[in-house]
Design a protein around this ligand. Sequence first.
Ligand code: G6P
Length: 359
Amino acid sequence: EMAEKAGYPHFMLKEIHEQPRAIRDAIHGNAGIIRSVAEEIAKYDRVFIVAMGTSYHAGLVAKYLFQRLAKKVPIVEDASEFRYEFEELVDGNTLVIAITQSGETADTLAAMKLARRKGAKVLAIVNVVGSMATRIADFTLYTHAGPEIGVAATKTYTTQLTVLTMLAIELARVLGTADQGYLDELEAELSAVPELVERALRHEASLRELAEELKDKRDFFYIGRGISVPTALEGALKLKEISYIHAEGLSAGELKHGPLALLEDGVPVVAIAPSGKTFDKIVSNIEESRARGAFIISIGDREELGRISDVFVQMPEMDELLTPIVYIVPLQILAYHLSVLRGNDPDKPRNLAKSVTVE
Ligand code: G6P
């Protein structure tokens, strides 16, 4: 087993470090076919995205990508809700995009079957070749991440985001909804994301030290705005899954509407704060949390974050639309080390399964 882990103590850590390679493979593996898929899905006005768990968070990121680039607003639902709430709205003019790493999640498969039964087209974004989802779908895009053994999804998430970003860019090209020059630049920047992830991985030693400092905390809050809201949710999910620390991810604007009451001295608040149109807004949220004594960990590209945070994790500059792929990496590493330091096995968290094949 040690050989399979390539010298890493756990599969999860190995898989975190495989992300630059996995993202490169996702790009190369889909470059030749993304155009035809985009042309096919451009015809549909009503788009649903269905998924569970981490794949659902990828769907939430896709919503921002589709809105901003293709001016299409997909309805993103966790597949267990979609099955029972949206049946009436699905017809021959509907496209359903199902995101599932394993291709075997019961709720996601059921949502796909329902969609097909109602005459909708189904696109699956899947990692496991030949899995059930690929057999139900009309067409499939693979994430090419390679096998993922750790229960907590890491490289399958960042490759899902990569494929969804490619799809949104191509859809915008087909529909003519964004400046072509900008789309070309964004695509070029996406192909440099593996190097940006490499750079994010270099924070591992300091994140391990941070984990040492935070390992006895009871609650964590993860805040973000816009396209970083799903990163906040996914960061919190990673922590819950493997460290068993209670964590909440939320839109920073929602802090004032309840969660602020829970902030007191030393409670960690992780702020996902890339440059972008709401940067100043999240700075105010950081300040309001700090005023309540919260311990601020900020992730961003602007030096000034260092002055208002207890810990600042500096990210390279990039287009805001690409930040979800890179910014989740330090949050995966932090969750991993908190899990290990608390004596857990991050590869096999209690009560959880790699794929949930029953409803
Ligand atoms: C389980 C796993 C999660 C995963 C979710 C959806 O809960 O523990 O890591 O995100 O299922 O799985 P899927 O294979 O459909 O992406």
